[in-house]
Design a protein. Structure first.
Lengths: 205, 253
């Protein structure tokens, strides 16, 4: 018999794990996709596809993945990767597009190659938009993980699902409150990292 | 591709298209829930957002309501309302759906109202328009693309939340998926998922179309081109209208 606090701690751990893995993989895919879209001038098509994917409700996406990956964490992670990916691609593209043309030209004029221009000029300037995307993706992923309970891996969502079946309101409320706490904590953490990485913006905001 | 044939079989089985559990009944339930929830949310959120936007007050509230809406898990709210005082049933489901339909409408409408060019507002005031006239004749038409963007985000969000409502008690297409999971009938899960995804895409596309039709600036640009008066200015306006579609504040899923 496990104690309640053990149950809560392991649910929180699973919740954080699912969120971090999903957003990390989502970012790892979104970044090259955004660069590819810009390189081949296909932003419209890429954004169309990602907006379409974002439209698919979570329960439906889980259902569509079920025949391929079965019940459990992998299905949940793949679905959450798809959602965070769509938000991140949009924001990385917007961030890079927001870099002023004269800044780009100055970099070229100073003899920067494409790679150096991207990493030392364009990316730092795109950071605020990229972080805005990371924050939205993380916060919505924290909320979405709960739906995973239906297919067996939902972190705090498992406690909510149990609470539904046993009509245990305190358990549902606790799990929901912890979800919000995790979301707010993650949001503040990302904001802190963003401030650290963009010292020139500190006076502005 | 065994799974695929099973799904096709599910769709071609006539029993799945009849009775209270049939696809047409579930579809009507789903669309009804969404229309009701978005309708109520409009009645609540639109007047508040229009007035706040017109006065330029309460911006923090209007913006943050979306952030809060994103952080609170829809699933938890559905469950809490169902095992709460409202009891399992339509009342709890509709209440939860309305709660999640409000934030995108409120935030986008407010942002749309505040984005109206201040020079235009000043000019309208200079022409002697009253506050009400200004809101109706100038601000609202110019804010329309974002108002519609809010409605679109809200409707798509509610299609998704209404699907989740099936876990708790609500009807709708989500029922087909949850029943499939309960009976370990994979074909039914996939069939239900396809129906839900299709409905969400149709709602998104038709709302996007509606959004374009209500854009006065885009229409002006199109008419200018139609009458042969197309110039760089009109083209610039269309580009602007397209860019503003990306301004919409996305909701969670």
């Amino acid at each position: 018999m496990r104690t309640r606090s053990e149950e809560i701690v392991s649910a929180v751990q699973q919740h954080v794990f699912l969120t971090v893995v999903s957003v990390a993989i989502g970012f790892a895919i979104a970044f090259p996709v955004a660069l590819f879209a810009r390189r081949f001038r296909s932003e419209g098509a890429v954004l169309g596809v990602t907006t379409g994917l974002y439209t698919v409700p979570s329960l439906a996406l889980f259902g569509l993945l079920l025949p391929f990956t079965g019940l459990g964490a992998p299905t949940v992670i793949i679905a959450l990767v798809i959602y965070s990916l769509t938000i991140l691609v949009r924001n990385v593209i917007a961030g890079l597009e927001g870099v002023p043309e004269d800044v780009r030209e100055s970099a070229r004029g100073m003899g920067y190659g494409p790679a150096r221009q991207l990493f030392s000029v364009e990316l730092p300037l795109a950071l605020p938009a990229v972080f805005a995307g990371l924050r939205i993706a993380t916060v919505s992923t924290v909320a979405l993980v709960t739906v995973g309970a239906l297919i067996g891996a939902g972190g705090l969502g498992n406690l909510i699902y149990e609470g539904l079946n046993s009509v245990f309101r305190a358990q549902v409320l606790t799990a929901a409150a912890l979800c919000v706490v995790i979301a707010v904590a993650a949001d503040l953490l990302l904001l802190g990292v963003q401030r650290m990485l963009t010292p020139w913006q500190r006076g502005v905001q | 591709m065994n799974a695929l044939t099973e799904v096709v079989q599910w769709f071609t089985d006539p029993t799945h298209w009849q009775g209270p559990n049939g696809v047409p009944t579930r579809l009507v339930e789903h669309v009804g829930l969404v229309a009701l929830a978005v309708g109520i949310a409009c009645l609540v959120a639109l007047p508040i957002a229009l007035v706040l936007g017109h006065l330029g007050r309460g911006g923090t509230l209007a913006i943050n309501v979306s952030n809060v809406g994103r952080a609170v898990p829809t699933f938890a709210v559905l469950v809490l309302l169902a095992i709460g005082p409202l009891g399992i049933g339509a009342k709890a489901t509709v209440t939860a759906l309305v709660l999640f339909a409000i934030p995108p409408i409120l935030t986008n409408t407010y942002v749309g109202m505040r984005q109206v060019d201040r020079d235009v507002v000043e000019a309208a005031r200079g022409m002697g328009m009253s506050g009400g006239e200004l809101l109706r004749k100038v601000e609202l038409p110019l804010a329309m693309p974002l108002v519609m963007a809010g409605l679109r985000t809200s409707a798509v969000q509610v299609v998704a939340t209404a699907t989740l409502a099936a876990i708790v008690a609500g009807g709708g297409l989500g029922r087909i998926i949850t029943q499939g999971i309960a009976f370990q009938d994979q074909a039914q899960v996939v069939a239900g998922a396809l129906l839900v995804a299709l409905l969400a895409l149709i709602v998104e596309l038709s709302m996007a179309g509606l959004q374009r039709r209500t854009d006065v600036r885009r229409r002006a640009a199109r008419e200018a081109r139609a009458t042969g008066a197309a110039d760089a200015d009109a083209d610039a306006e269309t580009g602007d209208a397209v860019a503003r579609e990306d301004d919409r504040v996305l909701a969670g899923r």
